[in-house]
Write a protein that binds this ligand. Structure first.
Ligand SMILES: NC(=O)c1ccc[n+]([C@@H]2O[C@H](COP(=O)([O-])OP(=O)(O)OC[C@H]3O[C@@H](n4cnc5c(N)ncnc54)[C@H](OP(=O)(O)O)[C@@H]3O)[C@@H](O)[C@H]2O)c1
Length: 291
């Protein structure tokens, strides 16, 4: 049994992580924002100095993508400085860190399945702060696995699947953008695979540190994803009427933050390195809709 420090434990991925870690018989030092503010360097340092643990999983983040455009400093503190302080602690303690990043670093005009070899680029504050987070983790010299995940949904917290269902309950028609392509990722599968990686690292594996894409298959556009969600909701009797999805452009939608038009990711490096298969996201829609 190992002791794991988990940050962001009340988030949609954090809650799944806590469950999977306990199922794997790990002892979890489970920290919500209130237990450990990762932007407070002294608080983080004191946690590393006073408490004993073998590995850190950082699932804490500032994830309000549009709001981040107006809260740059806060987003930077949580997404860039927080990971930096955690990575520094891991380096000093000589323990591994698993950190979650985002597909929003692939806003680089490449219209294909993105690979980790590309030069990342982003056009929004959220993406920029997450990119700094990756950079600081790598510069710290700690042994880290960084997973770039995308379009996460699951049973806990807020996400696109639940938002569509809630809107669909009171609407017959919804406008959803068609010029955003990506890979939905089930939070529970991500958590299961993070714990599998943690187990490999805790068993002494040292050849797998680096950056990896992690997402569900198959890739899809936002509007098509919404259509699948409504079809599944009807099938499981969670909606009593069909919802027509009208396709619009992201310019018409007018979100404050600029998102990538094509952030589909290749997961080959992840699957080959860890000998794990990324999930089919469709298998997780029902449990999310019913949550
Ligand atoms: N959601 C997505 O679609 C998506 C896509 C790609 C990548 N990701 C990445 O996946 C990871 C997990 O995301 P998620 O969807 O689980 O996010 P989430 O549901 O928003 O959870 C993030 C958690 O971080 C906590 N947090 C915020 N500021 C903190 C601070 N200063 N100190 C400690 N904890 C703090 C939040 O607590 P409070 O609520 O109390 O502030 C929240 O519980 C993040 O790294 C995110 O960037 C998410």
């Amino acid at each position: 049994m190992s002791k794991i420090l988990l940050t962001g434990a009340q988030g949609q991925v954090g809650r799944e992580l806590e469950e999977q870690l306990l199922l794997n018989n790990h002892q979890v030092i489970s920290c919500s924002h209130h237990d450990l503010d990762i932007t407070n360097e002294d608080e983080v340092a004191s946690m590393f100095f006073n408490v004993d643990f073998d590995l850190v999983i950082n699932s804490a983040a500032y994830t309000a993508v549009d709001k981040a455009e107006d809260e740059k400093d806060l987003a930077y503190a949580v997404n860039a400085l927080g990971p930096k302080y955690l990575a520094n602690g891991c380096k000093q303690k000589n323990i591994p860190l698993i950190h979650i990043s985002t597909d929003y670093v692939y806003d680089n005009n490449i219209e294909d399945f993105h690979t980790e070899l590309e030069t990342p680029h982003t056009n929004c504050v959220y993406g920029n702060t997450k990119l700094y987070g990756e950079k600081y983790v790598q510069e710290s010299g700690c042994n880290a696995v960084i997973l770039r995940a995308s379009w996460i949904f699951g049973r806990f917290g807020k996400n696109f699947v639940k938002a569509m269902l809630n809107l669909g309950k009171t609407r017959d028609t919804l406008s959803v953008v068609s010029d955003e392509l990506g890979n939905p990722t089930p939070a529970r599968a991500l958590a299961t695979d993070i714990v599998a990686i943690a187990n490999q690292l805790l068993q002494g594996r040292t050849d797998a540190f680096g950056i990896y894409n992690y997402c569900g298959h198959e890739a899809i556009s936002r509007d098509e994803f919404a259509r699948v969600i409504f079809k599944e909701a009807l099938k499981h009797k969670l909606l009593d009427h069909d919802v027509f999805v009208r396709s619009i452009t992201s310019q018409e939608f007018g979100a404050k933050a600029v998102r990538p038009h094509d952030s589909r990711m290749s997961t080959k490096k992840f699957e080959e390195t860890f000998n794990l298969a990324c999930p089919k996201w469709i298998d997780y829609i029902e449990e999310t809709l019913k949550a």
